[in-house]
Ligand binder design. Structure first.
Ligand code: AMP
Ligand code: GLY
Length: 420
């Protein structure tokens, strides 16, 4: 069997790593992939957004399944397009991927179906958004979100009126996030620990994966700019069985049912970004895919064959699969290029990869390429070093045993992953 994974980051490496362990011994392809991925899969130079290119490659090479991992190809309907051309594909359809691609859509879905989330208003012109934020009753901080995809950067937590006005003007008048910011959502600021729960769903059955937590800021103690994620661990100690039960009853099931009531079948992985507020768990955001770096600490805990799960989701028979997870915890530490997330230099040779693997860690590549037979950094986030352990503390200690073996010029990483 031949499987093509679309994407090129640490998440895609983790997916391919897990698929490579399948009893079905799939022949793996990745478009476009990266240096590390090329050790497990044939990388093909087709861009992740190139629907036609991906589809033609799949048809010409008799690919049995295309797994679309990133949000942007999902949001332009890559899965719909592949299916229309007779290619089996894993991932939500365009209508379902809107749950991530449009905050206006996801917020109104939650409001209509009583799914707990922050109170909000939506605006399509800056004048009414500014009027609203200037009202006497407005409290700060206020949360201002661009409607569309903005690489996780379209959310501004405004501490006061000045910051809020600047954010609205940047998004709506200066198009700082392009078309993504032509509509904005202004919402209530929530407090509490954040937890991620990913789930497999075939549109009817919903199987949550173990909980995880991401570290979004660049530096230790949550300082510095927001990034794509500097590390993650699983499980989260804040996510107790009671909370899991409440989430299933008030958020997870109702979300899939709400979509179905709207005539939208959701098949694939759904990402619930949750905040455990004093008044109970509430949704911060939905994503229509595996999270990154969360996936790099979730999939190493999966015992069940991932090919079987993907097949069952596509065929809408997920109830047949008993998905099993390892008891051990996992932790993933991201190693990044100096200057990330603003600007960084690439092309530096990376040393110590084999030594890190000899420590028992799994080295996932997010932004590497091979030059003269050596791995070099080629992106902002470069590697994700994952290890298992009896608990998160042990897993983190084990991950750092690998991290300290690796270096390249100007690299950095957080030293407090797993300490939340
Ligand atoms: P999002 O892209 O919607 O996940 O937002 C990015 C981050 O902003 C979240 O992970 C939270 O840390 C924070 N955030 C978003 N919405 C809220 C909110 N309503 N209250 C407090 N923090 C928020
Ligand atoms: N780790 C957050 C995301 O994947 O969007």
């Amino acid at each position: 069997m031949k499987i093509l994974v679309v994407g090129s980051g640490g998440r895609e490496h983790a997916i391919i790593w897990k698929l490579s362990q399948s009893e079905k011994k799939p022949e793996l392809y990745c478009a476009p992939g990266n240096g590390g991925i090329s050790q497990l899969a044939t990388c093909v130079p087709i861009k992740a957004m190139d629907k036609e290119g991906i589809c033609n490659f799949a048809l010409e090479n008799k690919i049995d399944m295309v797994m679309v991992a990133p949000d942007d190809p999902l949001s332009i309907g890559m899965v719909d397009y592949l299916e229309e051309h007779g290619v089996r594909a894993f991932g939500p359809y365009q209508a379902a991927a809107k749950i991530e691609a449009s905050k206006v859509f996801s917020k109104s879905l939650m409001k209509k179906y009583g799914i707990p989330t922050a109170e909000y208003e939506t605006f399509s012109d800056s004048k009414s958004a500014l009027e609203y934020i200037r009202r006497d009753a407005q409290t700060f901080p206020a949360v201002i979100k661009a409607d569309g995809l903005a690489l996780g950067k379209g959310v501004i937590i405004a501490a006061n009126l000045e910051e809020a006005e600047a954010a609205i003007i940047d998004m709506m008048e200066n198009s700082k996030f392009g078309a993504s910011g032509s509509n904005v959502v202004i919402e209530e600021f929530m407090t509490g620990p954040e937890v991620t729960v990913l789930a497999f769903t075939d549109g009817k059955v919903l199987c949550p994966m173990p909980s995880s937590q991401d570290h979004k800021r660049a530096f230790d103690n949550d300082e510095g700019l927001n990034t794509g994620g500097m590390g993650a661990f699983s499980p989260s100690k804040n996510y107790t069985p009671d909370i899991a039960y409440t989430c299933m009853k008030t958020i997870f099931r109702p979300t899939i049912d709400a979509l179905r009531s709207e005539g939208i079948k959701y098949k694939g992985v759904i990402y619930f970004g949750l905040m455990l507020t004093p008044s109970g768990p509430r949704v911060v955001e939905y994503n229509s895919r595996f999270g990154d770096p969360e996936t790099q600490c979730i999939l190493p805990r999966l015992e069940t064959d991932l090919v079987d799960i993907f097949d069952a989701v596509i065929d809408e028979r997920l109830e047949e699969i008993d998905i099993k997870w390892k008891k051990e915890a996992a932790c993933c530490v991201v190693m990044a290029s100096g200057g990330y997330p603003v600007s960084y230099k690439s092309g530096y040779p990376i040393s110590g990869l084999e030594e890190a693997a000899a420590e028992g860690t799994i080295v996932f590549h997010a932004g590497t390429r091979i030059e003269d037979g050596k791995f070099c950094n080629s992106g902002g986030r470069v590697l994700g070093i994952t290890a298992m352990g009896e608990n998160v503390d042990e897993a983190a200690k084990n991950a750092y045993k690998g991290v300290v073996k690796i270096s390249w010029q100007d690299m950095f990483y957080r030293k407090d992953i797993g300490k939340k």
